[in-house]
Design a protein around this ligand. Structure first.
Ligand code: ADP
Length: 311
């Protein structure tokens, strides 16, 4: 079960909202679509879910083309749109039965599926209350339940935690993580912490283009920032000889002597982005017959990268 987006482009009139993007999402993946407002996230999701046609390029869901096989695609996926459309005068039970019927769940399975969704999404306590009277968190859970009622292999969730309070956010994130083990999930967000908390892969999109794609850790390594290692050695060594030999390391741009603590020397060693210099530094320490007390590597944070890529 996969989603394959190839050279996807979408114009609204003459406005280019999605600009030639290509990516794939596989089973077991929770893919976070991260980008500022207006980046093109919802547009891409609407095309994947067959609600909008692409201007150019193709999207396949489990091998079915969204334009040519839209009914097959719809059967495979569940969609929580940004503006979660619910019937406020129905109860969760009535609404889920209604959606199940629309989604083609066989009549004999509807009750069973509905009860499963009520359980998974924690809707027991509100099952017979009018949806209009429910809190935002419960409404969002009803939205998730309707997206999953036909047991889809693919879940597309547009800003699934927007408008929720911190406790509700944690609950919905945990629910998504649980679901993500067996399904392919794409969720969109403009909040960085959302992807680090929930997703195992991130695509950063800006002005309709993909500007980064990888695990949160990979993106950190790819950043333009430098890696920094803080090194502490016992001060019974030749400081300038050690400093000189650290400067010789490939990928090291600068060695800075930070301080003499009285019994140790502290250095900051700056290297190329993504380079892990710890092993070679420890070799140089040994060569210089210095005693290693501690070593700590720091990379640019994902937040630095997001700002760097979307500014
Ligand atoms: P995001 O979900 O990342 O916030 P959208 O996909 O909603 O971004 O929007 C991308 C761009 O396309 C925005 O500049 C938005 O104003 C524009 N846009 C979205 N929907 C329409 C539409 N129906 N008609 C014209 N422009 C639109």
């Amino acid at each position: 079960m996969s989603i394959k987006v190839t050279n996807l482009t979408k114009y609204y009139g003459s406005y280019l909202a999605v600009d030639d993007i290509t990516f794939e999402a596989k089973k077991g993946e929770i893919l976070g679509f991260l980008g500022p407002n207006g980046a093109g996230k919802s547009t891409t999701m609407k095309i994947i879910t067959t609600y909008l046609p692409p201007t150019a390029g193709t999207v396949e869901v489990d091998g079915f083309d969204v334009e040519e096989k839209s009914l097959d695609v719809r059967k495979k996926l569940g969609y929580l749109p940004e503006l979660n459309p619910l019937y406020y005068d129905m109860t969760p039970v009535e609404y889920l039965d209604f959606v199940a019927k629309l989604d083609g769940v066989p009549a004999s399975d509807i009750k069973k599926r509905r009860e499963e969704m009520i359980k998974v999404c924690g809707l027991e306590s509100v099952r017979t209350k009018d949806i209009g009277t429910l809190s935002k968190g419960f409404k969002q859970r009803v939205g998730l339940a309707q997206a999953m009622i036909n047991n889809p292999d693919v879940l597309i969730l547009d800003e699934p935690t927007s408008g929720l309070d911190p406790n509700q956010i944690i609950e919905i994130r945990n629910l998504i993580k649980k679901l993500g083990r067996e399904k392919t999930v794409i969720l969109s967000t403009h909040i960085l912490s959302e992807v680090t908390a929930t997703c195992n892969r991130v695509i950063i999109i800006n002005k309709g283009k993909i500007v980064a794609d990888g695990t949160p850790e990979e993106l950190q390594h790819k950043s333009k920032g430098q890696s920094v290692v803080t090194l502490e050695v016992k001060n019974n060594c030749d400081k300038s000889a050690l400093s000189g030999s650290l400067k010789e390391i490939r990928n090291v741009n600068k060695v800075e002597f930070v301080k003499d603590t009285g019994d140790s020397f502290v250095f900051n060693i700056y290297g190329d982005k993504g380079a892990d210099l710890r092993e070679v530094i420890s070799g140089k320490v040994t060569q210089n017959k210095a005693v290693l007390l501690s070593m700590q590597a720091k990379q640019s944070s994902l937040e630095d990268i997001f700002r760097e890529l979307t500014k």
